[in-house]
Design a protein around this ligand. Structure first.
Ligand SMILES: C[S@@+](CC[C@H](N)C(=O)[O-])C[C@H]1O[C@@H](n2cnc3c(N)ncnc32)[C@H](O)[C@@H]1O
Ligand code: SF4
Length: 378
């Protein structure tokens, strides 16, 4: 019998309770044949999005505001306000709003989809915001009808903790036309995983990923790690583990989500433990993008229709409007949103409470306090 083309997951080391696709000796799905092409396409798409957002951010002129981009490129929507985990670095459960729960009603969902379908400027749709999206049992029906309504033009991405990827959900994924599924894994060490992802089980997640891989769906899968104190020494191991199995990874630094992570001091990675490539990355981001790109690219809509100026605002401090009474386009071009962008443009984001507390802004843009007129007139 031919040996597996993917390296085996060492069961003894990982103390797993069942065998996985990574463990078996029979041929495993040859992912490597398919994924490199997808990766190239994905990389190209990310590059294109970056070029677009850089152009918008760099050439921004407050007098014209978003006249050339009258609609957000990325729309994020919370269909349900719920999560069944309590990850140590996540504001969910710490923010007062998450305790209220709630679900977006169908009429509001349809209204949003109709409007996005009319706007060619929207290229990415993420029906996930400050929640676990698969707790919405109609989620994949919604994704499927969204793709139909927008004729496949808008890319749909989801981020999930992966604990709810049951066989039924995986089968439903096959027909959903979802483009990208990111699964938050954070660690390949069971004890570290369960320490970070409180309430979730490592064995279940690995079994779910196995099932997903075996299903060979036409969905681009990305495994995510949030680099933080508990797993900071594991990054290279994590990336190599999944790469050897033909799966793509992304690593993000833990952020304080506009100050909503009240234990940030415990979970952040200290400067001394930060590798050079991460420091270079932070500094490069500040050079590649003269200001935070989110106000110029993305809108974030909560289940009750409230629109946040920033999706990282877990305390819901800056609510720009509500899509029950207005359109997405009206809110995107409203006086409050223009004012928010102007403050970023004039390097006065430090005057906005949530931005001044945002660890991403602090690390990347806080020290660049004067307007670069050359860049503004490019
Ligand atoms: C808020 S979660 C929502 C989706 C889903 N519940 C999940 O866990 O993937 C979206 C992503 O944010 C990440 N995340 C949570 N807290 C974070 C923090 N403080 N800094 C950076 N990323 C964080 C999660 O790991 C996940 O990859
Ligand atoms: S990271 Fe995701 S799974 Fe974990 S608590 Fe936050 S929303 Fe829930």
């Amino acid at each position: 019998m031919a040996r597996s083309v993917t390296p085996r997951l060492d069961l003894r080391r990982h103390r797993m309770k069942y065998s996985t696709v990574f463990d078996r000796q029979d041929p495993a799905p040859n992912l490597r044949l398919r994924l490199p092409n997808l990766r190239l396409a994905e990389t190209f798409r990310y590059w294109e999005s970056y070029r677009e957002v850089r152009a918008t951010v760099s050439r921004y002129d407050p007098a014209r505001d978003m006249r050339d981009h009258p609609f957000p490129s990325v729309v994020q929507v919370q269909t349900i306000n719920a999560c069944n985990a309590a990850c140590i670095m996540c504001p969910y459960g710490r923010s007062p709003a998450s305790k209220l729960g709630g679900r977006m009603d169908d009429a509001l969902w349809d209204k949003l989809v109709d409007e996005i379908a009319e706007h060619p400027e929207a290229h990415t749709f993420i029906p996930m915001l400050q929640n676990e999206p698969f707790l919405d049992q109609q989620l994949l029906d919604k994704v499927r009808s969204f793709k139909q309504r927008t004729h496949g033009r808008v890319k749909v991405e989801l981020v999930t903790h992966g604990g709810l990827l049951t066989p039924d959900i995986i089968e439903a994924l096959r027909f959903s036309a979802l483009d990208v599924l990111s699964i938050s894994v954070d660690s390949i060490r069971p004890d570290v995983y369960e320490k970070i992802r409180v309430g979730l089980k490592f064995d279940r997640l690995m079994a779910n990923i196995q099932r997903l891989v075996e299903a060979r769906l036409d969905v681009h899968i990305v495994l995510r790690m949030v680099r933080q104190a508990a797993n900071a020494d594991e990054v290279a191991e994590f990336v190599a583990f999944w790469k050897a199995r033909g799966l793509q990874t992304t690593v993000w630094n833990v952020a304080n989500r506009s100050g909503a992570v009240d234990n940030f001091k415990e979970v952040e990675v200290l400067a001394n433990d930060t590798p050079w490539y991460s420091l270079v990355g932070d500094s490069l981001l500040g050079r590649l993008l003269p200001r935070c790109p989110l106000p110029f690219s993305t809108t974030a809509i909560l289940h009750n229709g409230d629109v946040l100026a920033c999706g990282f605002d877990w305390l819901h401090e800056v609510v720009i409007g509500n899509v029950r009474h207005s359109t997405i386009a009206e809110i995107w071009n409203s006086a409050s949103m223009r004012q928010f962008r102007r403050q970023h443009y004039e390097k006065r984001a430090g005057e906005i409470g949530m931005c001044s507390r945002c660890s991403i802004w602090q690390k990347t843009w806080a020290d660049k306090q004067t307007i670069d007129h050359k860049e503004a007139t490019q």
